[in-house]
Design a binder for this molecule. Sequence first.
Ligand SMILES: [Zn+2]
Length: 100
Amino acid sequence: MEYRDLLSGFVRMHILYHASQEEVYGVWLIDELAHHGYRLSAGTLYPMLHKMVKDGYLTVRSERDGRTVRKLYTATEKGRAGLAVARERVRIFAPKDSDA
Ligand SMILES: [Zn+2]
């Protein structure tokens, strides 16, 4: 991902946003983030998700679907609170609210 050092915080915000709306999983997030111009590989996304779980922003549960096990992520209260603060802080860059 280009400008990763600058944009990785936005990517985490985006993950938190969707994980606060519904349960999300890795492949879905890769696709969703690509629509917003963030091209992440699984090798980048999964360590990021793992760290966000470890830091208390997300919870994860495993769901078996046939032979595959899917990990589903949900934002915690800390994640939702952090997202609210981050949204407030980035507002100065946005002339008007745009679609997340
Ligand atoms: Zn989105």
